[in-house]
Design a protein around this ligand. Sequence first.
Ligand code: ADP
Length: 487
Amino acid sequence: MKYVIALDAGTTSVRAFVYELKTGKFVHGASQEIEQGFPREGWVEQDANEIYYKAAYCLNECVRFTGAEQIGGIGIANQRETVVLWDRKTGEPVCPAIVWQCRRTSDFCASLSKEAVKEIRERTGLVPDAYFSASKIRWILDNVPKAQTLLRQGRLAAATVDSYLIFKLTNGRTFATDVTNASRTMLFNIHTLEWDETLLRIFNLPREILPEVRPCDARMGEAEIAGAYVPVAGVLGDQQAALFGQGCFDRGDGKITYGTGLFVLFNTGETCAESRRGMLCTVGYSAGGKTYYALEGSVFNAGSAVQWLRDGLGLIRTSAESESVAECAENNGGVYFVPAFTGLGAPYWDPRARGMFTGLTRSTNRAHMVRAVLESIAYSARDLIACMEEDSGINLREIKCDGGASANNFLMQFQSNLLGVGINRPSERESTALGAALMCAVSLGEIPLQEIPRLRRSERIFSPQGDREQYNKLYREYRRAVERTLL
Ligand code: ADP
C-alpha cells in the first residue's frame, strides 16, 4: 500500500491524481471534461450521471496505473453547493444537477423575510443567495414531480456532489457528506454542526432527505474499483481542500486561489469570526476530533480577465504572455482596470456594475492595459483581505497562493508589494487535490495530522518590495476607479 488517490470533482472537469501515501508526492493523473448546460439565461446545469461515470473512469485509470493493491484509499474534493437529487433505491438522479453558478432561485432568495435572513446569517455564516444549495433543493421539489413522488415513498436523497459520488462509489451503502460541504448548503448550523430545524423550516425541507454529516477525516465506506475494494476517506469542498493542502493550520494562516475567479480563505481557529463586511464564515475542516473555521471572500472575475485580454481583445496570445507584456511597462501609466464583467461582489455588492478602464491617454499602450488587468486582480484581493482582517482582528503574516494565475511572477510580486506581506508559492500547485489526498492519508492513519504543514514545499516566496506609501496610493486610485463603475 504505497499510494492514495485524490478525486477532484471540479466544475469544468473531473480529475484523479495518484500521490505517494507518506510524502504527498504526485505520481500520476487522469482527467475528463464535464459538459455544462445553459438551458436559460442565468441557469447552469450538469448531468450527475456524467460526473459519476467520468469520475469512475479517472479512478479506474489511476488504479490500473498502480495496481489496486497499492492504493490505500480515495479522498474527494469537489465543487461545492451544486445539488443532486436522486432515488436512493436506484441511484438515478431525478433531474440535472443545479450548479452553484445557477441563478434560477435569485427571486426566491430575494423574497426571504428580514427575520429569515437574520436566522440564516447567524446559523450558517453565509449570506442568503441563490449560490448556496438550500433554495436549489427547494426548486427541484417544487418543479420536478418525480422528486415529490420519491419523497412520498421515502426514497429521495438530496445532497452535494461529494455525497452523490460516495453513494455511487459505495454501491448505495453510504449516504453521507462531510462537514465542509454541509456548511455550504445553508441548511447546516456551523455552531452545533448539525442540520438545523429552523433553516429546514425556512426552506420547507424535510430532514430525512439529507445525508448524515461526518468529519473530513471520517471513513465513508469502500468503493469497488477494478475488482478491488478501496476505502473512501477524506472529503472536503474544493476551497477547503486547498486550505488544508496548503497546510494553513494555524489561526491567521491563509491562501489565495487565483483561478477563473479568486478565492481567499483563512483559518480563524476553533472560533467563527462574524463578518460585518459581507464575507462568509464557514467550516475550514474538521479532523482529529476538532473543527476549524475559516473566513472566505471571493471575487467573480480574476483569471477570466486575463482570458478576456487573450480571447476578447487579442492583446496577448496566451495567458502566460501577460507577464512579459506587463513587464514592458515601467509603471501603470495612470491606467486602472475594474474587472466588473458580471457585477462586483465583496465588498461593493453591486450586481449591475460593469467593467471599465480609466486614465487612458494617447501614450497608453498595450503593456499598460495588460498591466492594469493583472494589477486589478491584486487590488481585488486586497479589497477582500482588508475586510477579512477587520472582521477577524487577525493581521495576515504571509499568504500561500495557488491556481492557474499564481504562475504569473509579475502578479505575485505586485500582490506582495501591495499587501506588504510575503506570498508563498508551493511547488505542488494542485492544492485542492493534494488536500484531499492528505486528508485521506490522515484518515488512514498513515500521516499524523500535525505533520501535514511540514510536507509542504515552497517553490518561491515573493517578499514585499518598494515603498509602502506608493502602493497605498495606487490602491486609493484603484478605489476611485471602482467608484466610477458603481451604479
Ligand atoms: P479554474 O480552476 O478556475 O478553472 P485555473 O486554476 O486552472 O482555473 O486557472 C485558470 C485561469 O488562470 C485562467 O483564467 C487563465 O487565464 C489564468 N492563467 C493561467 N496562467 C496564467 C498566467 N501565467 N498569468 C495570468 N493568468 C493565468
